[in-house]
Every structure is written in C-alpha cells, then in structure tokens.
Design a protein around this ligand. Sequence first.
Ligand code: 6LW
Length: 492
Amino acid sequence: MSVIENPVLSGFHPDPSICRVGEDYYLVCSSFEYFPGVPIFHSRDLVHWTQIGNVLDRPEQLRLDGARSSGGIYAPTLRHRAGRFHLIVTNVSGQGNILVTATDPAGPWSDPIPLPGVPGIDPDLAWDEDGTCWCTVAGVKQVRLDLETGQTIGEPRAVWSGTPAAKAPEAPHLYRIGEYWYLMIAEGGTERGHAVSIARGPAPDGPFEPCPANPILTHRGTDHPVQNTGHADLVQGPDDSWWMVLLGVRPGGGTPGWHVLGRETFLAPVTWADGWPVVGEPALELPASPWPLQPPVVPARRDDFDDSRLGPQWISLRDRPEEDCATKEPPGWLTLRARGASLDGLDVMFVGRRQQDRACRVRTLIDASQGDGGLAVRLDEQHHYEIEARAGEVQVIARIGPLRSVVASSAVPSGPTVLRIDVVPTEQITSRTGPDHIVLGVEDPDGVFTSLAELDGRYLSTEVAGGFTGRVIGMYAATGTVRFDWFDYERP
Ligand code: 6LW
C-alpha cells in the first residue's frame, strides 16, 4: 500500500505557504540570503512537488546587499484571487515588506510594490466579502491594505496574539471557513518549543476566541522524530478534505539531536470537530491519500550545464551577476569568476543546491587551471567544509565558528579533477555520534575514490550554527576563474 512520505519537501524549505487553484496547488518557502529567492513549487496531489521557478529572480525584485546569513527573505504568503497570484513577503535586509503579483505562477512576477505601512514580519493576505484586503503580521497585528498602491488604510491594531505565556506569536494566516473567520498562528519560537494555535471570530478583525484545545499542533516535550513543528498553512485537498503544510526538522545522532537539512516542509491531515480544526500527526509516513499520487519532476541527478540558464534549484549568495556566473564560456561548462571573497564571507561566488537527503554523494569535475575553487557543504560563512582545488593540489578546509583549518592536502595530476563529498548518516557508522560524517576527497579518471578527510557533521547543524537555513552543497570560486564541467548529486 503506498504511503505519503514526509517531509513532502525535504531540505531547507521553511515557512511554507500554499494555495489551491482548481486542481493545482502552489507552495512557496523562505529563502533568506540566497538569490534567486522564494522558490515556488507545483503539485496536483499535495505530496509530490515540482519546482517551477523562483518568485524573486531578478535583481530589480530582490536586493540582498549586505544581507547577513539568515537575513534577507523571511516568510512569504501566497494567495490567489480573481485570476492573479499575490505574494507578500518581508526582506529584513532592506526592502521591508513587499508585494509581487503574477498571472502565471511560474513567472514572470511583477516588480515589487513596497508596503511601508505594514509593520513586522510574516505578512498574510486575506479578503473579506466586500473585497477589503486584510494584512496580518507577526505580533499579531492587522491592517487593511490597498494592493494597488501598497498603502495601508487606517492604523495597524493588535489582534489575538496566541497563548498568553507563549513567546513569538508569528506566521499568522487568516481564513474564512464556514461561518467563522479563523486566525492561525505559530508560537513558542521556531525551535523545540514551536507550536500552532488558532482562534475564531465573527469578522476578519475579530474579536477572536481561542480554540480550547490550543496548541492544535506541537511536538515539544516529545521524542517524536519530527521536531520544531509549527509555521503552518491550511488548504483543502483534491477531495475537499483539509490538510496542513508546516515546517519541521529531523534531528539525528542521538541526544540532543542535530538537524542539518534545515526546517523542511511537512504535510498533516486535518479534520474538524465543533467548528475547530483537529490536526493529525505529521508522521514520517502517512496513510496513502484517497486521490492518485502524481510523481514530481525533479532535477536530473547530473547537471552538465548545457542549458543557457541555470535551473531554478541553483542558488547563490545575495546575487548572481552574469559576468561572474556563466554557462556559455564555453558552453557546457559553469564558469565562476571570483569576487575577492572566500566562503568565509557572503560575497563569494557560489552556486549550490539544497542538501535534501540525509545521505548523499556529490561530485563535480573542476578545471582550476586559472583560479582556486572547489566543492563545499555550506551552512553559513562560519560553518562550512570544502575541498578546494588549485593548480596541482587539493586542500580540505574546515570552518567551524572562529576556527579555520586546512585539514588535509594532496598533490593531484594537472588537469580537471573530480572532487567528491559523501554525506554518511551516523546510523550507518555505528561507532560514531552526531548526525552524520562528511567525507571529502577526489576521484581518479577510473572513478577510484581517495578520501582526504572525514569530518563530524554536527558542526554544520542548526543546533551548533544557529540560523534559519540548512545545508547547501555547491561550487565556488575563491580566486581567478574556475570552471565546472558537471555537478552530480546522487541519492543513495
Ligand atoms: C519567520 C518566522 C520565524 O519569519 O522565523 O521563528 C522566521 N519563526 O515565522 C524565519 O523563518
């Protein structure tokens, strides 16, 4: 019997927001310091998701100058009304709250409309019967919004802010369901105390009565394999049943547990009792859905960089000017030009993809004859492991907080070299603790692997580094010009 496997979107895909348009579902997530920003996915079954683009894929839309790690783009809300998609989101590194719209969710999306009067993060959009748009933000505050001009109408006012003792009421979403208006929020902070609570009222601005069963979802204080559950959005399935998408993490490696893939998107079933939602467990395996599952279109395991543009799964730090990142010089190679920064900074020329599996093998063929560069597992500028190639030599470098060390080095034959990183979960190495081990080395032309270093993965976990993202594995140029013939991300 087929089951629904959670997370439905693995790897760092936090703060999911979802909307349904007929038989189609669309979902967006936060993207922080990475460009392009706000990945957008399509599904027909709520389970399998295909990335169809990134909402903020032009510098005119997304300015991340000076954005720190886990700065930039926080939680978006995606809604559809009268044939147009609306996305509202906060850029905490400069633009503040902005609104973009599109008729095609795959883009192009409009240039941003600034929303100077919208206070706070995690903005939500909802419309009442007469078409008034209500914007609700973390805190929880609410203000009416003119979507044409971006101007607020009236003063923001505080509305229901969750459980009195709980911290960080955020991620609000407002829904008209049946006779009530429901205000759902996250509270407790996005770590182990995370929770979802809800209230209902007669009007979009309340007054709101809290659900007697709050929190309607939390895994705090449990040994559940999915932790930090919160930041949710509600949607009806293809059979009009109710479902919730939410963020969660999968700590590994024993107590206290370290999660390395960031906050991932999970699915949970929802039923209703006495006019209140009852949330089923976002288990790692859910009973199969009553509707057919449609396999997603996922990026090919190997990218040969033969297309004129990089696929939507590829992300860089802050921006990606074509003069520094090209796939036509020559065609079939990814050419990266260093920008005077190493991975210890945020201006390094880096092109990576989210690590989406607890076990994976990543390889790339690098030509470092005109510069230094390599293959890295990055959490942020102070937490990354990389194997770096330069003419005739490779080095394994580890950056953990204030410490930076060349852990190993080896001569290699001149000419393009295959760099390889194996991520091996600890459960496959019984003698170890921590979530996983990261093995870095090179392959010879016959595919024979030489490991140069094996590093403890817990130091590239959120529990150690903090922040809101997750690991990204990718290619970078530290000096000069570096070219990559292909990139291969192999799941076990
Ligand atoms: C997001 C907010 C949060 O805007 O973290 O901890 C922010 N909760 O809901 C980034 O994910």
